[in-house]
Design a protein around this ligand. Structure first.
Ligand code: SAH
Length: 182
């Protein structure tokens, strides 16, 4: 309720911003469905994380929802104009604890690792090893949609030392996690 979703879509779509649906944000990408943002936020927060990494900034909406609820939110986006727009939105909304980078999230963000939680908002068949490595060994949580292009399962991976526990949650549909920056 505190995050004005209409500021995260194009003006032409602003009238639809409060529908519970994903919407296009250009570059073949989407802002996620609010229900899914809420579900993923809930999964992340259950671990009481201080430092969180998001892969796939997109519009910046998920980051803006999470940031006020954690100490520091890192977010990475591979498409430069999206990263830039999201940064402008964070500034406008006074969200000062977000660090937004234009980089390939398949590599995670090693500079600031480890993270108490990592949230991936793009889908992949296999978990990038860097994300597992950059998860805190002390109960770090990774939330990630796993599967092919048309159907994925939201998955929660919890790390304790060198042990990773996997739990399958809801069926979801996300755009694919792609390698390299553009
Ligand atoms: N969390 C976003 C949802 C964006 S859709 C929101 O709230 O609006 C997923 C995003 O992941 C897209 O913007 C896409 O460009 C980005 N993405 C895909 N592969 C990526 C990668 N390897 N590294 C960083 N971002 C990636």
């Amino acid at each position: 309720r505190n995050t004005p979703r209409h500021l995260f879509v194009d003006e032409a779509l602003a009238s639809r911003a409060y529908e519970d649906t994903a919407l296009p944000i250009g570059y073949n990408q989407t802002i996620s469905q609010p229900y899914v943002v809420a579900a993923m936020t809930d999964l992340v927060l259950r671990g009481n994380p201080r430092r969180v990494l998001e892969i796939g900034t997109g519009s910046g909406y998920q980051a803006a929802v999470l940031a006020p609820l954690v100490e520091k939110l890192y977010t990475v986006e591979r498409i430069e104009p999206l990263a830039r727009q999201a940064r402008q939105r964070f500034r406008k909304l006074g969200l000062r604890n977000i660090r937004a980078s234009h980089s390939d999230g398949i590599e995670g963000l090693p500079e600031f690792a480890p993270y108490d939680a990592i949230i991936t908002t793009a889908a992949t068949e296999e978990i990038p090893p860097a994300l597992l490595e950059q998860l805190s060994p002390d109960g770090g949580r990774l939330v990630i949609p796993l599967g092919g292009p048309h159907y994925q399962t939201l998955t929660l991976v919890t790390r304790q030392g060198d042990t990773y526990e996997h739990g399958d949650l809801d069926p979801v549909i996300f755009v694919p996690l792609l390698r390299g920056c553009v």
